[in-house]
Each structure stands twice: as structure tokens, then as C-alpha cells.
Design a protein around this ligand. Structure first.
Ligand SMILES: [Zn+2]
Length: 295
């Protein structure tokens, strides 16, 4: 049977209908990716690719800004703040004074309007960088607070609960890491656990806070070093997503296989800055979306 004009009309209509449906599906996919980023009422978090180090920018639904650690250098952090339209920072959290966390913050507190800095005040003797950081805070008259387990901060609708350190640890080569600030960032029913580089004794004390540990997202401690993520901690936190901030082919071999295995065994999705660059996240306080920059 040959095609008559009715067949051609029908065929044309079907093609047009399929095209409309495909267009609608594509629009929905694009809208679902774009709307959370631009709409008000969402928490936005960027776990930055800073090579070996940690840095995260948190923008609250009211456009208040929290920076947790600054990576090794200011330029990378400044570029990322500019790209996100940040003009002033409400809260800077230094987890501990090692350069891969402090490096970018030293110039930040001198060049950006910063309202408040919190840090553990680990006695990091002989560190010029840390001395300069404290000097810049004083010079710019920035509010400064030493925080400990139990302290609570509010940044608009977002709560920042300090779960560690309980105290400054002394007596081992990992004292500065063990004394890391661990924060739970809370927006409505959505929680992120930021663990700094906590290890050993610090982890032991952190586990005393087990009731406060559950979080959808965990920033894995110490670039994926084994002792920073014991199995017991994962049981208490019960995360769905884990962010590992580390450099490609680093000499320490972090993240360690044991950590990756523990996360896989607990069915936690793994996101890595060394493979996927920045890890972006938005949440309305109930659900969330997470995706890598390389997506
Ligand atoms: Zn580190």
C-alpha cells in the first residue's frame, strides 16, 4: 500500500507530537538542574577542588556566606567567591591551622569584608602563616571566637553546631589534626558534617556526641586517611554522600582503600575532588541535589 496524503499528515502529526514531548522532557531536565541553583530558599554548598587541602563555600537561603577552610592559596578561593557573586563573608571557620586549610584564609580576612572568624586556637608555634592570620584578623577588627564542642552559631536560617574539639590535644604528632573543629551545618531537616582533619583522640571524643552526628552528607576527614573515618563513625553519621577532598596521585595515597571500602560497604556514594573537580550541592532543607563540576 502506497502512502497517500492522509498517511503523510498522520505521520507528520506523530513526529510533531514526539518532538513536543521530547522538548518538554528536556526542558524539565534542564529546569530541575537550573532552578535550585538560582532560586531563593535553597542552601548552596561548593566543596572546592583545591588540590591537596580543604575548602568549602556555603551560601545560605538568605545569601549569607560561610567559608570553611581556605585550601593552600587565596587565588583559587577568591576566583570561586567571585564566580558565586560573594561580596562579603558572614563566617569563616578554620578547622585547624595547617597550611592546606589555612593558606587561602590569610589573605581572605585581609581583602574581603569578613564579619566573624572561629577557630580552635591550637598553639601552632613557629607558624608564620598562622601568626599573620591572627594579625590580619586584629588589623581588620574582625570578630574572633575560639570554639569548642557544645558551642552553637547561627548564620540566618542555618545553624552551625560545633561538635569538636572537646579540648586541645597534646602529646602526639597528630595533635593539630585531632584538635580540628568539627561542625554540623543544619538547614531545616538537612545536615552536613564537616570533619576537618580529625583523627585519633579527637574522633574518640567526637563519638561521645553520637546523637548529634547523623547527617546526609559527610566531608571525609583528613583527605581520606584511614584513621579519620573509622567504621563506627560511619555507623553513627549514617551518611548518604561522602565528599573526599584530595589531590590526584598524592604521595600519601589518600584516600586510602580502607576508607573507600568502608564507604562502599555502607552504601555511601563517594564524590572526589581529585577526579570530579568541585562538588556542588543544593538543598531546600528536606531534599538535596549533588553533582560534580565535571558533570
Ligand atoms: Zn589537611
Amino acid at each position: 500500500m502506497g502512502l497517500n496524503s492522509d498517511h503523510i499528515k498522520k505521520y507528520g502529526k506523530t513526529v510533531a507530537s514526539i518532538a513536543v514531548i521530547l522538548f518538554l522532557i528536556l526542558s524539565l531536565v534542564l529546569i530541575s538542574k537550573i532552578i535550585p541553583l538560582t532560586s531563593r530558599g535553597s542552601l548552596r554548598v561548593s566543596f572546592l577542588n583545591v588540590g591537596w587541602g580543604d575548602s568549602a563555600i556555603i551560601i545560605t537561603p538568605e545569601n549569607k556566606v560561610i567559608v570553611v577552610d581556605g585550601g593552600n592559596n587565596y587565588n583559587n578561593l577568591a576566583k570561586n567567591l567571585k564566580a558565586r557573586g560573594v561580596k562579603e563573608i558572614d563566617l569563616v571557620i578554620l578547622s585547624h591551622p595547617h597550611k592546606d586549610h589555612l593558606g587561602g584564609l590569610v589573605e581572605l580576612v585581609d581583602r574581603y569584608p569578613v564579619k566573624k572568624v572561629v577557630e580552635p586556637a591550637f598553639p601552632f608555634k613557629g607558624s608564620e602563616l598562622y601568626t599573620e592570620f591572627l594579625k590580619n584578623i586584629r588589623k581588620n577588627d574582625i570578630k574572633y571566637q575560639i570554639v569548642r564542642d557544645g558551642d552553637r552559631l547561627n548564620v540566618g536560617d542555618v545553624k552551625v553546631d560545633i561538635l569538636a574539639p572537646e579540648k586541645i590535644y597534646k602529646g602526639s604528632g597528630t595533635d593539630a589534626n585531632n584538635s580540628s573543629i568539627v561542625t554540623k551545618i543544619r538547614y531545616k531537616d538537612f545536615d552536613i558534617l564537616m570533619t576537618g582533619d580529625i583523627q585519633g583522640a579527637g574522633i574518640k571524643d567526637l563519638k561521645d556526641n553520637r546523637d548529634e552526628l547523623p547527617a546526609e552528607i559527610i566531608k571525609i576527614s583528613h583527605h581520606g586517611e584511614e584513621s579519620g573515618t573509622p567504621k563506627e563513625l560511619l555507623i553513627y553519621v549514617d551518611p548518604k554522600e561522602a565528599i573526599i577532598s584530595t589531590a590526584p596521585n598524592n604521595s600519601l595515597g589518600f584516600p586510602e582503600k580502607a576508607v573507600l571500602d568502608r564507604l562502599k560497604d555502607s552504601s555511601v556514594r563517594i564524590w572526589r575532588t581529585d577526579f570530579q573537580a568541585d562538588i556542588e550541592l543544593v538543598s531546600d532543607g528536606k531534599t538535596y541535589e549533588i553533582w560534580p563540576e565535571s558533570f
